[in-house]
Design a protein around this ligand. Structure first.
Ligand code: C2O
Length: 614
């Protein structure tokens, strides 16, 4: 896939060189507070000074729409199903998730708990409904016809102009009155509403939840889409684009500089003021603080790899999320979720690879351990109160785009009509309520934005970060684990669980390990790690950088106090893992689940291997 590469001094974008000799405003601001503890050091470690660094602007895009007949979309039946055997039909006629038309009057949410200010008032709460403006039912959104493209930029490479514009826009948003649906707080509440059951499903028996399923990417894409347009509108700049936190690039793994100083020009920094973040993870003059993409906020002692190792480990995590575990549509997007989908019983309810992996780790790594619930980023209800949340999610959104650009087989958007026709309601930049559909979110071109890239897709730093193949001499061939039990009933993960699972495929298929019916208390952070075919000699334990590591299952807590039972599943791609552990020809795989946090009452329903569809 080719991209047009523009030189650094292009008139389109002006990229400061890496050492910031152009002195961005944030750095000037920082100079006023060098003796404070949160001083900022520009990333210097291991950065190759590269003054000729080029950034890549996206080529005019192909419109990549799923191969679905429009009429069938309208009928709620895809070409797939009409052509297929009729026994597939019951799935096709399920109803897609849809925010109610009466999203104002039907919205639920009371201030019962949350984070209080010093004056005792709730600064963040679970009352997440939008302001109840006058108006009819939301109209279907019409995509803009303007020809400008908003180019989202890597946050660690922002020019002083980009940073200043962004801060101005956030400041303008913070200045809007509380009854304006575009205000900073009302934007934050959108996230809370869609994960705390503010809206019921069309059958009114259950609430809408946009995490842990195939709604994750499209919902957040639309959310950022309007957020970006609102910011642009407030500063009257139709080209305004969000920064993205480039945590998949070693140079971008710290919290971006512009978020750090508390003041700029003696004014509060709108990207930092009244935000809760983990102070020990802010970059400091003494040491760089790069994110840990497998982070869990427990066992702090065993966390924190040496700098170089952490970078490599992060790249492996992104590779795992994007390639090894994101190897097909349900594994990357998460499982099917339609009206009536019960959190407990739906057959393929599972969380997508990036969502459960790097996405969740970033949330928890940024959330403040001094707050009662790791606010802001560490909980869903409060995450939207940190501007860094949107910067993080811009990168998550970029991952969706890159996943398709990788040009690998099975890296295609869902074509199920229940996915395509799922819809949400947002207030647009003019305060009109509009309904948007997943089907209109799949391609960036009609949405009028794109991402500026530093590397062509095949040169992305994580593109080939596959773990090194296990040396056979380190393995014990006689360790066949024949004595391990098969899984025949749900098990509690209050200690390490080891089972074997029979493969029903011959080699060379990309099988998926499916851990299903994971039930847990969603008010707390839960995490477990999954290792497959650990045949290491002498009791040596594989690490998360080793080929035996399939990945983790991690959940950002939902509640802010009350215990809620939740269920999910996780998928892991086996093809490369079996190759890299020299076990492609085995009849069974051995699976080891290692509880890391909150697993005392977590149960595993089943572990199975599913073969890819032809
Ligand atoms: Cu809606 Cu990162 O979560």
């Amino acid at each position: 896939m080719s991209s047009s590469v523009l030189p650094l001094n292009s008139t389109y974008i002006n990229v400061p060189n890496f050492t910031h000799t152009t002195q961005p405003i944030s750095q000037r601001a920082f100079k006023t507070r060098t003796n404070q503890t949160k001083g900022f050091r520009v990333v210097a470690c291991n950065a190759t000074p590269n003054d000729n660094k080029r950034l890549i602007l996206p080529e005019p895009q192909k419109l990549v729409l799923p191969n679905v007949d429009r009429r069938n979309l309208l009928m709620g039946l895809s070409g797939l199903y009409t052509a297929a055997n009729l026994s597939s039909l019951p799935e096709a006629v399920a109803d897609p998730i849809r925010t109610p038309d009466d999203f104002r009057s039907e919205c639920k949410g009371e201030v019962t708990s949350g984070l209080k200010n010093k004056d005792g008032k709730y600064a963040r709460s679970r009352a997440c409904c939008p302001p109840n403006l006058e108006g009819g039912i939301p109209a279907d959104y019409k995509l803009p016809t303007e020809s400008t493209v908003r180019l989202r930029w890597p946050a660690h490479k922002g020019t002083p102009e980009q940073v200043q514009k962004y801060r101005l826009a956030i400041q303008a948003m913070r200045s809007l009155p509380d009854d304006d649906p575009r205000s900073f707080i009302n934007q934050a509440k959108i996230h809370c509403a869609y994960c705390h059951g503010a809206y019921h499903q069309p059958d009114k028996t259950k609430d809408i939840q946009i995490h842990n399923s195939w709604l994750f990417y499209p919902f957040h894409r639309w959310y950022l889409y309007f957020y970006e347009r609102i910011l642009g509108c407030l500063i009257m700049d139709p080209t305004f684009a969000l920064p993205y936190w480039n945590w998949d690039d070693p140079d971008g793994m710290q919290i971006p500089e512009m978020f750090i100083p508390e003041t700029i020009y003696c004014n509060p920094n709108p990207l930092q003021v009244e935000v809760h973040r983990e102070a020990s993870h802010l970059p400091s003059e003494k040491e760089p603080k790069i994110v840990d993409l497998t982070w869990s906020p427990v066992n702090r002692a065993e966390q924190g790899l040496p700098y170089e190792k952490q970078k490599a480990c992060n790249l492996e995590t992104v590779y795992r999320d994007m390639v090894r575990n994101g190897h097909d549509t349900p594994s990357f997007f998460g499982g099917k979720y339609v009206v009536g989908s019960d959190e407990i019983s739906i057959r393929d309810k599972s969380v997508g690879s990036v969502e459960s992996g790097s996405h969740t780790a970033v949330h928890l790594w940024v959330g403040d351990s001094k707050q009662p619930n790791n606010e802001d980023m560490g909980r869903f209800y409060s995450a939207g109160y940190d501007p860094l949340f949107y910067c993080h999610h811009a990168n998550v959104d970029r991952m969706w785009k890159l996943w398709k650009d990788l040009d690998l087989p099975k890296h295609v958007d869902p074509t199920d009509p229940d996915w395509l026709n799922a819809s949400y309601v947002f207030y647009d930049e003019k305060k009109n309520p509009v309904r948007v559909y997943n089907r209109d979110s799949v391609s960036l071109k009609p949405l009028g934005y794109n991402y500026i890239e530093e590397y062509p897709i095949q040169d992305l730093p994580w593109r080939y970060s596959r773990p090194t193949q296990r040396d056979k001499s380190e393995q014990d061939d006689s360790k066949k684990d024949n004595a391990l039990p098969m899984m025949n009933s749900p098990m509690i993960l209050n200690r390490t669980l080891k089972v074997r699972v029979r493969r029903n495929a011959t080699k060379n298929l990309n099988e998926t390990l499916l851990i299903s019916g994971i039930k847990f208390d969603s008010s707390k952070f839960v995490k477990f790690d999954v290792f497959v075919n650990d045949k290491l000699k002498n009791g040596v334990e594989p690490t998360t950088s080793d080929p035996e590591y399939a990945g983790g299952f991690a959940q950002i807590p939902h509640g802010d106090a009350n215990k809620m039972s939740m269920s999910s599943g996780a998928r892991f791609g086996l093809k490369e893992l079996l190759e890299d552990t020299n076990t492609e020809n085995e009849e069974y795989v051995t699976v080891k689940l290692v509880p890391k946090a909150g697993c005392e009452d977590l149960t595993i329903g089943n572990i199975s291997i599913i073969n890819p569809e032809p």
